[in-house]
Design a protein around this ligand. Structure first.
Ligand SMILES: Nc1nc2c(c(=O)[nH]1)N[C@H]1C(S)=C(S)[C@@H](COP(=O)(O)OP(=O)(O)OC[C@H]3O[C@@H](n4cnc5c(=O)[nH]c(N)nc54)[C@H](O)[C@@H]3O)O[C@H]1N2
Ligand SMILES: Nc1nc2c(c(=O)[nH]1)N[C@H]1C(S)=C(S)[C@@H](COP(=O)(O)OP(=O)(O)OC[C@H]3O[C@@H](n4cnc5c(=O)[nH]c(N)nc54)[C@H](O)[C@@H]3O)O[C@H]1N2
Ligand SMILES: [Mo]
Length: 774
């Protein structure tokens, strides 16, 4: 396969014919096409299979087949016929594999056998499952303290796998649960818990059909949650307002259609008039929402003075909330100048959005990484919640807060207890249920885990899925931290760079993917997941496993647990014979899961009750809490400002249309018009000229940070793009070496992947040649 590098503007719609064409192409490119199509047809249907793509949910009533281009890609990618078997590893040393691109590594196919790293030959060699489990047990038991091991989870793990994993790890003695959520929606969980008492979204699918306005903030659903385009399109069609806040003109968000209807477009212009697309500064959203609140307050005062119609929902505020006076004082204390300056918008634009918001009785606010990967993300999300509470837009039909989750079960994993700072309630419940003393110390999150490995305090790393080495910030430093370990273990489906950044010992434990039939002693097993609307449903794999050697995630966890702890606190091998036994344990331990196995029989699964959606507030005061945080004085770190080292640009790192996080399906980003390459930097044409370059030039990027360490990536092509001046955008994970490990969100420890101060230099290297696949 060769790749032609090309930049051309995308003119078509999103989610329509172009999308289907891309899927069809990937189907016919796959040797498994017929089987995959069969799998696709069962995707997301009742009693069928949960798409491993994203966490977007479906209406349980619809029962219709709904899949999207990227779900199709995810399924095809897993169902490939290509193998990474012992012979592959015999032919390729680890050092030689390290020279390949991430794209090449994953493209090699499914890992078929458990493998152990042999340092003397620098090759992975096959190992028997039981020996692998014994090796993990040996390392874990050698540690001076259970807190010297890190147990990572990526959000694709099922509820059953996650529950067993956390039980094993806590029985082992630690809460060291770094997880992908730490890099993702951590701020949403913290901000919402503080304000409305629960860290999950308050809306369900049906609310989208009832909303008068839907905000899409810092999110690119055309690529990352394509099934969300459908309810957005429906909303515009029935006259609801759709308001997007995104510095990039995302074509996939601006234009969407399905094959049956003509192009629709989100615009500020003439037609249709019920949409708006505003482009704030990176990190400017808190200021935008403070501005909306300031307009609402002004109008509320005018209404009070003239006996006009209230703007605030005064009844909601007085019955359900505390802290309004402090909050209003904080709004008054924030100057219009500060708001305009930090938001990157004109006040007239904020006024327009505020009036659209005011016009609507029922408003949903959706957001994703554009809000959560900043230093002040918690405050930003609280400000979004504040604005919603001013008009009672929480806990009523068609309204609410909707952090749109990423991985298909990232929300469920937290519900199951994958949490480095678990609630006392959860720990008490585990202690009661399983009769052992659970660790009460707060464990490590992702950034802390890296730091602990860096300092050689933590010596064992186990990853349940994911690609820790590439998804995390400060790549060079993180890789060194992993190499410091005595043992690294990855439970994975496909080869990735994390497998090549080995500890002294290293294991790859290959597992079944969600597309595959999982047969245990009592027959085929299903696993459950929780979507972004807190719907829990069961999923059965449909395809024959790629290799007889593969084990399920629960079986691998049980194997490790059994070798390490024996029958403590449960008989691990017995529970995995039939996953309904695991679900019975969940039912007895986790709130909301009573009668778990029975509830799953309902078509579409069941909804986990969200108290805030019923206006019950799980906060200290028992009320929803307005929070009055000051706008940050400036967005750039103070130390950097003082150093006088002025950045050329602020960079955000994001996803292309052809990737799933660190998994690259291809080198195209259709909606953004980039083909055959990923080392590109989107930048305003005026900035290109101002910095003395021309479009198409190759540059190196250096990030600026307080520690003065030079972090650099090389050979990026400048692409003139419709992006506000002073900003730039590039793909993750290629740019992760630029994100300093200690540049993270306040309270969240989420790397600030959407706000990196950079300087450009004329490239010192020719662009790295794109690796030819095969
Ligand atoms: N196909 C596909 N689907 C996926 C994934 C994937 O990689 N591929 N990943 C999954 C995961 S784990 C996640 S978390 C989600 C991620 O879903 P998204 O959050 O949509 O992912 P990003 O590509 O990071 O896009 C961030 C968007 O926010 C905008 N943005 C950046 N900074 C700011 C800001 O400061 N303010 C505002 N208002 N906007 C900003 C960017 O321009 C971009 O449009 O998608 C999930 N679904
Ligand atoms: N710069 C920057 N960094 C970021 C982000 C960003 O926007 N910018 N986004 C962050 C976000 S939101 C997230 S969620 C993280 C993602 O971090 P991770 O979840 O760690 O990364 P993924 O790329 O999703 O993991 C892909 C790997 O998972 C394995 N895998 C796939 N399916 C399965 C399965 O069914 N079971 C098992 N056991 N393994 C499987 C495969 O081996 C594959 O290589 O990255 C974060 N990092
Ligand atoms: Mo994510």
């Amino acid at each position: 396969m060769s790749h032609k590098e090309q930049i051309k503007q995308y003119k078509g719609p999103a989610g329509g014919w172009g999308a289907l064409k891309a899927v069809t192409k990937s189907w016919w490119g796959s040797e498994n096409a017929v089987k995959n199509i069969r799998t696709m047809l069962k995707t997301n249907q009742n009693g069928g299979f949960d798409c491993p793509g994203c966490a977007w949910g479906e209406s349980p009533e619809s029962g219709k087949v709904n899949f999207c281009e990227n779900g199709a890609k995810a399924v095809n990618w897993e169902a490939t016929n290509r193998f990474v078997d012992p012979e592959f590893f015999a032919n390729h040393s680890v050092s030689s594999l390290l020279n390949q691109t991430d794209y090449w590594l994953e493209y090699q196919g499914r890992i078929t056998h458990p493998m152990k790293y042999d340092a003397s030959s620098d090759h992975y060699v096959p190992i028997e499952w039981n020996e692998a489990f014994e090796l993990v047990a040996k390392h874990l038991k050698q540690l001076e303290s259970p807190h010297q091991a890190e147990f990572y989870t990526s959000g694709r793990a099922s509820n059953e796998a996650a529950f067993l994993y956390q039980l094993f790890v806590r029985a082992f003695g630690t809460n060291n649960f770094p997880d992908c959520s730490n890099m993702c929606h951590e701020a949403s969980a913290i901000g919402m818990k503080d304000t409305i008492g629960v860290g999950k979204g308050t809306v369900i699918f049906d609310d989208f059909e009832k909303a008068d306005a839907i905000f899409v903030i810092g999110q690119n659903p055309g690529t990352n949650h394509p099934r969300m385009l459908e309810p957005l399109r429906e909303a515009v069609k029935r006259g609801a307002q759709v308001i997007c806040l995104n510095p990039l003109k995302e074509r996939g968000l601006e234009r969407f259609q399905n094959p049956q209807v003509p192009i629709e477009m989100l615009s500020n212009g003439s037609k249709p008039t019920n949409t708006a697309y505003l482009r704030p500064a990176l990190g400017g959203d808190m200021a935008v929402f403070r501005g909306i609140a300031k307009f609402l307050l002004q109008w509320e005062r005018e209404a009070l003075a003239s006996n006009g119609k209230a703007v605030f929902d005064r009844e909601f505020i007085s019955q359900h909330t505390t802290g309004i006076d402090e909050y209003l004082a904080e709004i008054d204390a924030t100057s219009w100048e500060h708001i305009a300056d930090q938001s990157g918008l004109e006040l007239s634009e904020i006024e327009m959005v505020a009036s659209m918001y005011r016009r609507s009785e029922r408003v949903i606010m959706c957001w994703a990484m554009g809000l959560t990967q900043h230093r002040h993300s918690v405050q930003t999300i609280k400000e979004v919640a504040n604005v919603q509470m001013l008009r009672g837009n929480v806990g009523k039909p068609g309204a609410g807060l909707s952090p749109v989750r990423g991985h298909s079960n990232v929300q469920g994993d937290r519900t199951m207890g994958i949490d480095e700072k678990p609630s006392a309630q959860l720990l008490d419940s585990i202690e009661r249920q399983f009769n052992f003393k659970v660790p009460r110390e707060v464990g490590h999150n992702t950034v802390q885990a890296i730091m602990a490995m860096e300092q050689k305090q933590s010596r064992v790393f186990i990853g349940l899925g994911g690609n820790f080495a590439q998804a995390t910030p400060d790549t060079e430093r993180t890789h060194q931290a992993m190499k410091n370990c005595d043992l690294t273990v990855h439970i994975s489906t496909k080869l990735n760079r994390s497998h090549l950044v080995t500890g002294k010992d290293a294991l790859i434990l290959p597992c079944l993917g969600r597309t595959e039939i999982d047969t245990q002693a009592n027959g085929p097993q299903g696993v459950t997941v929780e979507d972004t609307f807190s719907m829990v449903h069961i999923s059965y794999g449909q395809l024959k496993p790629r290799s007889e050697q593969l084990r399920s995630e629960p079986a691998i966890i049980a194997g490790i647990a059994n070798a390490t702890l024996g029958h403590h606190p449960i008989d691990w091998n017995w529970v995995i014979e039939d996953y309904s036994r695991i679900r019975n344990l969940i039912a007895d331990t986790i709130p909301g899961f009573k009668g778990f196995n029975e509830k799953l029989e309902q078509p579409g699964g069941f909804h986990l009750v969200n108290p805030a959606a019923e206006r019950k507030w799980n906060t200290v005061s028992g009320k929803a809490q307005f929070s009055s945080s000051e706008l940050p004085k400036q967005l750039i770190s103070e130390a950097l400002l003082e150093s006088g080292n002025k950045p050329d640009l602020i960079l955000q790192t994001m996803r292309s249309h052809d990737q799933y996080n660190t998994t690259l399906y291809g080198l195209n980003d259709r909606y953004r018009g980039v083909f055959g390459m990923r080392e590109v930097l989107f930048i305003n044409e005026a900035d290109i000229l101002k910095l003395g370059f021309k479009p198409g030039d190759k540059v190196d990027m250096v990030s600026l940070w307080e520690d003065g360490v030079e972090r650099k990536v090389k050979g990026f092509t400048l692409v003139a793009y419709d992006i506000p001046k002073g900003q730039a955008a590039a793909y993750y994970p290629e740019t992760n070496p630029l994100v300093p490990l200690d540049s993270y969100g306040e309270r969240t420890f989420t790397p600030t992947s959407k706000f990196i101060a950079i300087k450009l230099k004329k490239s010192t290297s020719d662009a790295i040649p794109l690796s030819e696949v095969e």
